[in-house]
Design a protein around this ligand. Structure first.
Ligand code: C2G
Length: 153
């Protein structure tokens, strides 16, 4: 009897926190379905994504222990998904603890610990810091240019 697990998420800028979660889900069953939030649904969630849906879905689909990727287009599709795919376990990170207990009459509901220290939001902040040039860098560059101008005047 196959044990089907389903989870939902944006999976923007795919990182080790996402991979750790999906790897743990693999251990909960023998078939893993991942519902990836569409760009439109992310807008409804108030989330701006860096990577468009098709690419986020393709990255998740390429993970060897993911068996199927479906779009997550609304908050209200979970129960239909559980029934349509004969899901045995719904699982998601514990930042959602309690939010999906309404599924408990239809399947096991599991909240797994998140991976500390990594998030898409933090990655975006680090990227901004990495790419932004500080005022001090600009002033230092002008000083060097000014010195070069004097040296070669
Ligand atoms: N996650 C994690 N550790 C992190 C970051 C994320 O375990 N450091 C987990 C989240 O708990 C979630 C999954 O990875 O289970 C995907 O996270 P997001 O892409 O942020 O998805 P989210 O916005 O939580 O969307 O209907 C449910 C929503 O679509 C969930």
């Amino acid at each position: 009897m196959s044990e089907t697990v389903i989870t939902y998420g944006t999976f923007d800028m795919f990182h080790i926190g996402h991979l750790n979660l999906l790897r743990r889900l693999e251990a909960l069953g023998d078939r893993l379905i991942v519902a990836v939030s569409t760009d439109e649904f992310n807008a409804a969630k108030g989330k701006r994504t860096m990577i468009p849906f098709e690419q986020r879905a393709e990255i998740v689909r390429s993970i060897r222990f993911v068996d199927e990727v479906i779009p997550e287009a609304s908050w209200d599709q979970k129960l239909d998904d559980v029934k349509r795919h004969s899901v045995n376990t719904f699982a998601i990170g514990d930042d959602w603890k309690g939010r999906f207990d309404f599924l408990a009459p239809h399947c096991k509901v599991v909240y797994l610990p998140r991976t500390d220290g990594v998030s898409t939001t933090e990655l975006k902040r680090s990227l901004n810091r990495f790419c932004s040039v500080s005022r001090e860098d600009v002033l230092r560059a002008f000083d060097v240019l000014e010195q070069l101008r004097r040296d070669f005047a």
